[in-house]
Design a binder for this molecule. Structure first.
Ligand SMILES: Cc1cc2nc3c(=O)[nH]c(=O)nc-3n(C[C@H](O)[C@H](O)[C@H](O)COP(=O)(O)O)c2cc1C
Length: 345
């Protein structure tokens, strides 16, 4: 779908999906103030373009953590992608690989980590089970299967109440034949597992997870003191995130929290939440992010048109970023510095 915009893909996804799935995708916690705030907050940073720097070539490639990326837009973790399209995680990962970016597979995926066998850089998002032996096996499987790192999500000790999806029941949508995997490579599903995600985690548990052999990124940090603690206990990078407004309603928009976190630590900081345009990607990099992750935009693309829809979303955001870089006087990602943004008063 080369000519479809992200908004068109969203409209098409919302027309195609059954109501329970549409609401699973869109839902935020509580009154959805953080969902709305995330998108709006990027626009509260005005741009201060630089003139006459020579923008004959503009390059969106870079090095991020363990390797190269063609674009600083990554696909963030999202569970149950086969509820959105029969090819689910496989299609999204293929589109990420084709665009030269990272795909982060969710713990609550409908595709086992062993079954993503195509090319491309992969990370595994982790929820820690009350059954630690299970979690340790999953991390070992990810390492053996070539996943580069673990992304530990911090902001979901429980699932928040999401009124929009609650009205369809609490289990979430799954088409016939699809199930949430255990990532054990044996076809077992979460329905076979008695344990829940562990809500007793503290920073000392983080230190233990870093001993399992994969580098660790934490996702869900909104404060400088938590970012410092994450690094102290072994994370080598941090994602500023409020789970796309799906967890604590009223949590600070990530465009507001980012600068505080980036100033506090000297490891790579990534951000997600409400990023819908290349201009928002540009603002995130100017505020100190090494890269951004997207959630709903690529899920709209997936639901609307499978891998081709995800490709359209990635291509659109990267083309918009390149245009913003050109007009703001930034030939490379390294040129996108803090002086290029100023808060709207
Ligand atoms: C349908 C859906 C499912 C998600 N599932 C997960 C998940 O399993 N683990 C996780 O860490 N984040 C999950 N997220 C949050 C995303 O990783 C990301 O933080 C968020 O979507 C970014 O905001 P955006 O949707 O505005 O781009 C999910 C988001 C959506 C929309």
């Amino acid at each position: 779908m080369p000519d479809a915009s992200i908004a068109e893909l969203r409209d098409r996804a919302e027309r195609l999906l059954p109501p329970a799935t549409r609401d699973f995708l869109a839902a935020g916690a509580g009154r959805e103030t953080t969902v709305t705030g995330n998108e709006a907050a990027w626009d509260r940073w005005w741009l201060r373009p630089r003139m006459m720097v020579g923008v004959g070539t503009v390059d969106t490639t870079g090095t991020l953590l363990d390797g190269p990326v063609s674009t600083p837009v990554l696909l963030g973790p999202a569970g149950r992608q086969r509820a959105l399209h029969p090819d689910g995680e496989t299609a999204a990962a293929a589109a990420a690989a084709a665009a030269g970016t990272v795909y982060c597979l969710a713990t609550s995926a409908t595709t086992d980590l062993h079954d993503l066998t195509g090319p491309g850089r992969r990370w595994l998002q982790l929820y820690v089970s009350e059954d630690r032996a299970h979690t340790h096996r999953v991390v070992g499987n990810a390492a053996a299967a070539g996943y580069e790192r673990i992304v530990l999500t911090l902001d979901r000790p429980i699932e928040a109440t999401r009124p929009r999806s609650r009205r369809h029941g609490t289990l979430g949508p799954l088409p016939p034949g699809a199930a949430v995997t255990t990532h054990l490579g044996d076809g077992s599903t979460r329905a076979h597992v008695a344990s829940r995600w562990d809500r007793t985690l503290t920073w000392t548990d983080l230190a233990r997870l870093t001993e399992l052999g994969l580098p660790l990124t934490v996702k869900g940090v909104l404060r400088a003191d938590d970012a410092l603690r994450a690094v102290e206990y072994g994370a080598d990078s941090v994602i500023v995130s409020n789970h796309g407004g799906r967890q604590l309603d009223g949590a600070v928009p990530t465009a507001v929290a980012l600068a505080e976190v980036a100033a506090a630590i000297d490891v790579p900081v990534l951000v997600d939440g409400g990023i819908r345009t290349g201009g928002a990607v540009f603002r995130a990099l100017a505020l100190g992010a090494a890269a951004v992750l997207i959630g709903r935009p690529y899920l709209w693309g997936l639901a609307a048109a499978g891998a081709a829809g995800v490709t359209t979303v990635l291509d659109t955001l990267t083309a918009e970023l390149r245009e913003t870089m050109t007009l703001a006087g930034c030939p490379t990602l390294a040129d996108i510095t803090a002086d290029l943004v100023t808060p709207a008063s």
